[in-house]
Design a protein around this ligand. Sequence first.
Ligand SMILES: NC(=O)c1ccc[n+]([C@@H]2O[C@H](COP(=O)([O-])OP(=O)(O)OC[C@H]3O[C@@H](n4cnc5c(N)ncnc54)[C@H](OP(=O)(O)O)[C@@H]3O)[C@@H](O)[C@H]2O)c1
Length: 261
Amino acid sequence: MTRPVAVITGASEGIGAELARIFAARGHELALVARRGARLNALADDIAAKGGPRPLPIELDLASAGAADALSERLTEAGLAPNFLVNNAGFGLMGRAIELDASEQLAMVDLNMRALTALTLRFLPSIVAAKGGVLNVASVAAFMPGPGFAVYYASKAYVRSFSEALSQELKPAGVKVACLCPGPVETGFQARAGFDFSGVMGAMKPAMLPAAEVARQGYEGLMAGKRVIVPGFVNRMFVWGSAATPRALLLPLLATAQKRR
Ligand SMILES: NC(=O)c1ccc[n+]([C@@H]2O[C@H](COP(=O)([O-])OP(=O)(O)OC[C@H]3O[C@@H](n4cnc5c(N)ncnc54)[C@H](OP(=O)(O)O)[C@@H]3O)[C@@H](O)[C@H]2O)c1
């Protein structure tokens, strides 16, 4: 006999940690995945102290070869079978593609796209059997090309396209698939990507949503059967405006904005 579990990647901080808190508060048993095991253990203790079952912390580099197999083995050993999968782990790198380190950009491809796809394909059988769901974290970047952030934006466009197609394929099986597309959120993301809020991003701070609010909207949108979730009115306007702007105008505007970050 196996127990159903919600697997959340990138749960050691930021949006993923808040997604873990929301899933736990709504009664899901959890497996938390990231490289920093100490942080996962601290979060698991915190969630257990609130009365829920203690999440299973799984220290794993999802960009490494065989990560999906290793994760699957850990869950099986623990008697767990995923009914929900949250593919949240991801990172971005700001700068011109030609100037950024090529291997780091390929590591981004490995994590943001390859690992997300591998875990989804790996766990879909148990998710379908449980009529559960998949929440993939993309970004507003999924809706446009990103000069000055090219590989990251392209990776998130992949996540959105994959998620939307999957949601249609799996609807008859009663499985929910949603793509969460946040705008800027203050997390560890900015330091990893190579910018802070001292540039043009600083002006956006008042309109930014906290990670906990983004996670809540992601959870509730998934459970309500939404296909794409863009939290925040300003972010929805940004997505709408970028779609309505001719690319010849949009590309130089975005390139200038990235340079000012
Ligand atoms: N913050 C934003 O402005 C923003 C906006 C739109 C979309 N997003 C997306 O939201 C998601 C979460 O980002 P965040 O803002 O919460 O960033 P964050 O605070 O930097 O968190 C990223 C998480 O991913 C994990 N991670 C990174 N590399 C990993 C690897 N190789 N293997 C396993 N786990 C790994 C990190 O854990 P370890 O370091 O412990 O491994 C961490 O838990 C990402 O997909 C990001 O693209 C963020």
